[in-house]
Ligand binder design. Structure first.
Ligand code: NAP
Length: 339
């Protein structure tokens, strides 16, 4: 029998790729969106062949409405939806509350529908922060909230912890695991893209004139989606309770810029070459949210290993250089960036 999977947040960058791979794999997909009237036509245009194999439900993380219908008849859930804004909100609860309550709501309705497999899209944000003496991390590490971390980092850590506690207490037979991606790049479908892709856009569209001394780990949206699909398909004993970081490698922004220059030179005209002095970042930080975020990362190595995920789920991640090239080429091809 063809299996049905609920993917929450079908309008999102990662949610869309998970749906894409599930439909290609022959599954029937249920997906939740916040505004069905607005989003369903876009989803149908993306997968015109899907027909009845794609069912769209309206459900918000902050309300019970629509969740029972979305879960009905499903065999597994990929809970991807969570707020991921570009700007840091003044009130952290704008992120923490929907992340935590939305996850618990998704779990509760999945459990009530008799669903036994639940894959949560967590983040490296729940792994690699608040530990100033460490620079290499694995699936065994947890962000230290006591150290005080930015609201998005807190939201992902709190949501993953809450999910694990809830499953242990209320649904101990459920097979729960999390996917913990680092910064996600790769081909985009349209200009409604994720906060992470904005970073590559800014490198090639000239809006970053100088390169700050910071780095990030890179993962490909296609690998993040594949990890979700494999976590749904794997034998329960292999994935139960697991954390699966997806991370190909750590790169400094200057290395990302160099990669774009060497792999897509025709699109690299505006890619910055000169370093941004740390003093300038610090000077601008009180006035610009972005600089404030960069200031806390200056010179930091935050290297999250994806090796465990490759070994347990049995596939090899796309090289970061390929991911960056594909990101740039799709941003230009779709007309999102003029270079
Ligand atoms: P995205 O494109 O912004 O997608 C976020 C999704 O969550 C959208 O579908 C959004 O719906 C939905 N959502 C947000 N608030 C909601 C609410 N109150 N009720 C219902 N749906 C809500 O971002 P993304 O990169 O695909 O992120 C998806 C997941 O991956 C998130 O859990 C994020 O934390 C995690 N993640 C992302 C990265 C990354 O670098 N991109 C890295 C690690 C983890 P609307 O379209 O209606 O806004």
């Amino acid at each position: 029998m063809v299996k049905s999977i609920l993917v929450t947040g079908g309008t999102g960058y990662i949610g869309g790729e998970v749906i894409d791979q599930l439909l290609a794999g022959g599954y029937t997909v249920h997906t939740t969106v916040r505004n069905k009237a607005k989003s369903e036509p876009k989803l149908r245009a993306r997968w015109p062949e899907a027909g009845e194999r794609l069912k769209v439900f309206q459900a918000d993380l902050m309300s019970d409405e629509g969740w029972a219908e979305a879960n009905a008849g499903c065999d597994a859930v990929a809970h991807v939806a969570s707020p991921f804004p570009m700007a840091t909100p003044k009130d952290k609860d704008e992120l923490v509350i929907p992340a935590r309550e939305g996850t618990l709501r998704a779990l509760k309705f999945a459990h009530e529908a008799g669903i036994e497999r639940f894959v949560q899209t967590s983040s490296a944000a729940a792994i690699a922060y608040g530990q100033p003496d460490k620079d290499h991390f694995t699936h065994l590490d947890w962000t230290n909230l006591a150290a005080g971390v930015p609201p998005y980092i807190e939201s992902k850590t709190v949501a993953e912890r809450a999910a694990r506690d809830w499953v242990a207490t209320h649904a101990p037979t459920m097979t729960f695991c999390s996917i913990n991606p680092v910064a996600v790049f790769g081909p985009v479908y349209d200009d409604d893209m994720s906060t992470s892709v904005e970073m590559v856009k800014k490198i090639i569209d000239g809006s970053i004139p100088l390169i700050p001394d910071m780095g990030i780990c890179v993962t490909d949206v296609r690998d993040v989606a594949e990890a979700h699909v494999r976590a749904i398909e794997a034998p329960a004993e292999k994935v139960r309770g697991e954390r699966f970081p997806t991370s190909q490698k750590f790169m400094w922004i200057r290395e990302m810029a160099e990669t774009v220059r060497s792999r897509a030179p025709e699109h690299a005209r505006k890619v910055p070459k000169k370093p941004m002095p740390d003093w300038l970042v610090k000077l601008l930080a009180p006035f610009m949210d972005e600089m404030k975020q960069i200031r806390s990362e200056l010179g930091n190595v935050r290297d999250v290993s994806g090796k465990h995920t490759e070994e347990v789920l049995g596939f090899t991640f796309i090289p970061a250089e390929q991911t960056l090239e594909d990101t740039v080429r799709s941003l230009v091809r779709k007309g999102i960036v003029k270079v």
